[in-house]
Ligand binder design. Structure first.
Ligand code: PEP
Length: 248
C-alpha cells in the first residue's frame, strides 16, 4: 500500500509568535503521523528547532536552480539542507504564474533539489481556462514531461507530485473527488506507461481548497495519496484533521 502524505504550504504567512503557537499545537496532535510543513525561508530554523525528532518534517516552498554565487535574493538547496529541510515545493502555480517560472526552470529546480538530497514536491495543474478548453490532461502531461525528459522517470521514485488545479487554489472551490481522481489516475497511468513500479509507489497529493470538511472524501479516492494544503495548514485544528483523515 502507498503511504499517504499531507504537506502544509504556509505561503508567505506567519510570524515567530504565530508559528510557535501553530507548531506547538500540531506537534503533539500529529504524534506518529508523518506530515510536512513548508515554511517561509526565515522560519526554517524555527521549524527545525520545534519539529526535530517529531513525525513532522519541514521544508521550503522554492529554491534556486543555482548552487551559489551572485544570485541576489536566491536561496540554494544546500542552505535548505543546513536547516534540516527534507522537502521543497517546486513549480507551485504561484511561482509559475506570478514569477514566470517555465516548465524548463521548474525541471532544473527539481533536479537541483534531488541532487542535493531534498525531496521535491512537484506541482502540476491546469488553469480554469485550460480546464474549460478541455486541455487539462495535455497541460499536466506537458508539465510532467518537462521533468521526466530532463530527469528521467526513475527520478519520480524520490519525489512527490501534487496535482493542484489552479482554479481551486485559495478560491474555496475544491475539485470534486471524481474530478481530482480522474486527473490523479491520468498522472499515474502516464507514469505507469514508462515505469509501473515507480507509478505504483508515487505519492500524488491533491491540492486546492482542501479543508477538514472535504478531506476524508478526497483521501478516499484510490489515486489520491494525501494533500498539499495552503490556507487550512495555518489553522492547527484544520491541518491536524486533514492529516488524520489521510492517515486513516
Ligand atoms: C496551495 O497553496 O498549494 C493550496 C492548495 O492552497 P489552498 O489549500 O489554500 O487552496
Amino acid at each position: 500500500m502507498r503511504k499517504k502524505l499531507v504537506a502544509g504550504n504556509w505561503k508567505m504567512n506567519g510570524s515567530l509568535a504565530e508559528n510557535a503557537a501553530l507548531l506547538a499545537a500540531i506537534k503533539p496532535a500529529l504524534a506518529g503521523i508523518e506530515a510536512v510543513v513548508c515554511v517561509p525561508f526565515p522560519y526554517l530554523a524555527q521549524a527545525q528547532a520545534s519539529l526535530a525528532g517529531s513525525s513532522i518534517a519541514w521544508g521550503a516552498q522554492n529554491l534556486s536552480e543555482q548552487d551559489k554565487g551572485a544570485f541576489t535574493g536566491e536561496v540554494s538547496a544546500a542552505m535548505l539542507l543546513d536547516f534540516g529541510s527534507k522537502y521543497v515545493i517546486v513549480g507551485h502555480s504561484e511561482r509559475r504564474s506570478l514569477y514566470g517560472e517555465s516548465d524548463a526552470l521548474v525541471a532544473s529546480k527539481y533536479m537541483v533539489a534531488q541532487a542535493a538530497g531534498l525531496i521535491p514536491i512537484l506541482c502540476v495543474g491546469e488553469s480554469l481556462q485550460e480546464r474549460e478548453s478541455g486541455v487539462t490532461e495535455a497541460v499536466v502531461a506537458r508539465q510532467l514531461d518537462a521533468v521526466i525528459d530532463a530527469a528521467g522517470v526513475g527520478s519520480l521514485a524520490n519525489a512527490v507530485v501534487a496535482y493542484e488545479p489552479v482554479w481551486a487554489i485559495g478560491t474555496g472551490k475544491t475539485a470534486s473527488p471524481e474530478q481530482a481522481q480522474a486527473v490523479h489516475a491520468f498522472i499515474r497511468g502516464k507514469i505507469a506507461a514508462l515505469d509501473s513500479g515507480v507509478a505504483n509507489h508515487l505519492v500524488i497529493q491533491y491540492g486546492g481548497s482542501v479543508k477538514a470538511s472535504n478531506a476524508a472524501e478526497l483521501m478516499a479516492q484510490p489515486d489520491i495519496d494525501g494533500g498539499l494544503i495552503g490556507g487550512a495548514s495555518l489553522v492547527a485544528e484544520e491541518f491536524v484533521a486533514i492529516c488524520r483523515a489521510a492517515a486513516k
